[in-house]
Write a protein that binds this ligand. Structure first.
Ligand code: SAM
Length: 297
C-alpha cells in the first residue's frame, strides 16, 4: 500500500462516509463531507444540461419562461447552503427552479416561492404533477408584499435564492445582428406588470431590488446565506455596465449583509452567435454570476 492510499485517522470529529469522504460533526452549514465541500468552492462552475437531460426536469412545461434555471443546479446550491431540514425563500420564483431544486435535494427541505405571473406558477405545478414531485408553497404576488403572507412572515429561512429580472433589459429593442438572429426586434418581458423589476428603469430597479432583498434579509436566520444570480449588460461607451459589481455594492448597503464571493456559472447548453462580425468585438456572454452574501449577525 502506498503512503497516499493509507487511511488517515479520523480524529474525534470525523465521521467516515466511505467514498464520499469524511464528515466533520462540527459542520453547522450542510451535510457535506470535506471533499464535497471543497468541490463546491471552485469559483468556476461548468454545467452542460442538454434540453432533454433528466436533470432538466419538466422543461417541457418550464420553457414557457424566458430564463428558467436548471433545478439540478439549484439543488447543488441548496445542498451546500442548507442541512436536510432547510427552509428556502425565493422572491422571484418564475417556473420554480428553486422549489424543484429543494424537492430534488430531498430530506425535509421546504421552499416558499413568490412570483408575479400566475402562468409561471401554473407551469411549475404541472411539472410537479407530471413528475410526481412534492409541491412547495408558491405565492402569487409582488415580492414587495411578502410580509402580508404568513408563509413568509412567520418563517425563519436558512437560505434565500434570488434570480431577479434585470431592469428593463428584457424590453430593450434589439438592433443589427441580434435583431436578425432573433427574428424579432423586441424581446418579450416576463410580465406586463409595473411591479416587475424587469420593466423598471435602472435606478428604480436597484432601489426596488434592495427593498425586496432587505425584506428577505429580515426573514433570514443569523449566518444564513443569500445567493443572487445575475449577468452583466453589454458595455456601452462611457459605461462598462458591470451589473454584478453594481448589485454587490447595492446589496452591501443592507446593514449586516456581507458579500462573501462568487461562482461563475457557464452553461454549456447556450449557443454562440456571431454578434459584431465582421465589424467589431461583441462578447458572447455565456456565463452568469452567482453572488454569495451572508447575514453576519
Ligand atoms: C429570472 S426570472 C426567475 C426564473 C426562476 N429562477 C426559474 O427557475 O424559473 C425572474 C422572475 O421574477 C418575476 N418577478 C419580477 N418582478 C417581480 C416582483 N416584483 N415580485 C415577484 N416576482 C417578480 C418575473 O415574473 C420572473 O418570472
Amino acid at each position: 500500500m502506498s503512503k497516499k492510499d493509507e487511511k488517515k485517522p479520523l480524529g474525534k470529529n470525523g465521521g467516515d462516509m466511505g467514498e464520499r469522504g469524511v464528515y466533520d460533526k462540527r459542520n453547522k452549514l450542510n451535510d457535506l463531507t470535506g471533499k464535497e465541500w471543497v468541490f463546491f468552492t471552485n469559483s468556476v462552475w461548468i454545467t452542460g444540461y442538454s434540453p432533454t437531460a433528466k436533470e432538466n426536469i419538466g422543461l417541457k412545461y418550464r420553457k414557457i419562461h424566458p430564463s428558467p434555471k436548471p433545478p439540478a443546479l439549484i439543488k447543488e446550491i441548496i445542498e451546500f447552503f442548507t442541512k436536510s431540514d432547510g427552509k428556502i425563500l425565493d422572491p422571484f420564483c418564475g417556473v420554480g427552479g428553486t422549489p424543484l431544486g429543494a424537492a430534488l435535494a430531498g430530506g425535509e427541505r421546504s421552499a416558499v416561492g413568490i412570483e408575479l405571473e400566475q402562468k409561471y406558477i401554473d407551469a411549475y405545478k404541472k411539472v410537479c404533477q407530471a413528475e410526481g414531485i412534492k409541491e412547495m408553497v408558491m405565492i402569487h404576488d409582488d415580492a414587495m408584499n411578502m410580509m402580508s403572507h404568513p408563509e413568509v412572515a412567520e418563517t425563519v429561512f436558512d437560505l434565500v435564492i434570488a434570480d431577479p429580472p434585470y431592469s428593463d433589459m428584457m424590453g430593450k429593442e434589439r438592433t443589427g445582428q441580434r435583431k436578425k438572429l432573433y427574428n424579432d426586434s423586441t424581446p418579450k418581458p416576463y410580465t406586463e406588470s409595473e411591479a416587475d423589476l424587469g420593466n423598471m428603469p435602472i435606478e428604480q430597479f436597484f432601489e426596488t431590488l434592495r427593498s425586496i432583498m432587505q425584506l428577505c434579509f429580515n426573514r433570514l436566520k443569523p449566518n444564513g446565506y443569500m445567493v443572487v444570480f445575475c449577468k452583466d449588460f453589454q458595455p456601452q461607451p462611457g459605461n462598462p455596465n458591470l451589473l454584478h459589481a453594481d448589485i454587490i455594492n447595492e446589496l452591501c448597503k443592507i446593514e449586516g449583509l456581507e458579500y462573501r464571493g462568487m461562482r461563475i456559472w457557464h452553461d454549456q447548453a447556450m449557443s454562440l452567435f456571431p454578434f459584431g462580425y465582421p465589424y467589431s468585438f461583441i462578447m458572447n456572454q455565456l456565463h452568469q454570476y452567482i453572488l454569495i452574501f451572508r447575514k453576519e449577525v
